[in-house]
Design a protein around this ligand. Structure first.
Ligand SMILES: Nc1nc2c(ncn2[C@@H]2O[C@H](COP(=O)(O)OP(=O)(O)OP(=O)(O)O)[C@@H](O)[C@H]2O)c(=O)[nH]1
Ligand SMILES: [Zn+2]
Length: 293
């Protein structure tokens, strides 16, 4: 029986990319009974019949995003603008947590670099580079960095995410001729209502790999609050070398004496602003408690 990837779902039909081509099929009734909805990005087994094909099995998911609804996301492309709007680094830190939490690869894409001097913006993101994150600088206006971005997308299933107005739709339009997404500010507000009913599709890139045609929204930041506060430290990759070296086991790295992470901040081995972002998230998550889930 053929296996493949769901690239589109619309009106009860799923479109599965198999080795033999795209198979249009309906999901078997058992999924509805079990309250399981097949998602774009699912690996599935289908069977071919004369009158209608059926989607028989959904393979185990490695992760799943809610907005946009995509399963098995390999990579989150977190888009911020160099300016207009000014990058909100605390929000960026939350996006990074969501990606780490879901075992997704991460690329930070800083768009609109045509609007600012390169050293200024590189300085701002140096701590992220030092922490090991991939950073791509792009401009859709001046066609900068688009080829670099394509290299990151190759052979992966990627979802773009980031705040409003940073240029996500503009970037997607650059990547694939059929994206044709609405960009700009004025028409955007009118389109907003429509966007919620839009069906997400995975578009196959010429170079190999897929990109979701619906970008994620900044609501992704709330996903970050689902992490256990005890596990938050591990999700800051630049802390990892110091974990386990604090005086107290179970150190929260917020107020305890003899904390190796705080010490690393003082010795400038860990960026202070990233550390402060950690403390704020730690306090917020603790306040929310486990009721939030
Ligand atoms: N100067 C400059 N402007 C850009 C660039 N990329 C996009 N823009 C502009 O920024 C505005 C927002 O771009 P969009 O692509 O609609 O941004 P978005 O992230 O999809 O926005 P939402 O749909 O609100 O989430 C538009 O006016 C674009 O023309 C760039 O590289 N440089
Ligand atoms: Zn500590």
């Amino acid at each position: 029986m053929p296996q493949g990837l769901i690239i589109k779902g619309i009106g009860g039909f799923y479109y599965v990319k198999t080795e033999e081509g795209i198979v249009e099929c309906r999901a078997r009734g058992k999924f509805r009974n079990e309250n399981i909805t097949p998602l774009v990005g699912d690996m599935v087994t289908v069977s071919i019949h004369n009158n209608s094909n059926s989607l028989d099995k959904i393979h185990e998911r490695k992760n799943q995003l809610i907005r946009p609804p995509v399963a098995n996301v390999d990579q989150l492309i977190i888009v911020f603008a160099a300016v207009k709007p000014e990058p909100n680094l605390e929000l960026l830190d939350k996006f990074l947590i969501v990606a780490e939490l879901n075992n997704m690869d991460i690329a930070i894409c800083i768009n609109k670099i045509d609007l600012i001097e390169a050293p200024l913006i590189e300085g701002m993101f140096a701590p992220y580079k030092e922490a090991g994150f991939n950073i791509i600088y792009t401009s859709t206006k001046k066609d900068i960095g688009i080829e670099d971005l394509k290299l990151y997308l190759k052979d992966k299933v990627s979802v773009f995410s980031g705040p409003s107005g940073v240029g996500k739709s503009s970037l997607l339009n650059k990547l694939h001729p059929s994206f044709n997404m609405e960009t700009g500010e004025i028409s955007k507000k009118i389109e907003r209502g429509k966007q919620t009913t839009r069906h997400t599709q995975l578009l196959e890139l010429h170079e190999g790999g897929y990109v979701a045609d619906t970008p994620g929204f900044s609501s992704l930041e709330y996903e970050a609050m689902k992490v256990d506060y005890e596990e938050l430290d591990y999700l800051f990759p630049e802390f990892r070398d110091f974990l386990g070296q604090c005086k107290f086991t179970g150190c929260s790295h917020t107020k305890e004496p003899g904390c190796a992470v705080k010490n690393a901040v003082e010795e400038k081995q860990v960026n202070k602003r990233r550390y402060e972002s950690y403390v704020r998230m730690y306090d917020d998550i603790k306040k929310l408690g486990r009721n939030y889930r």
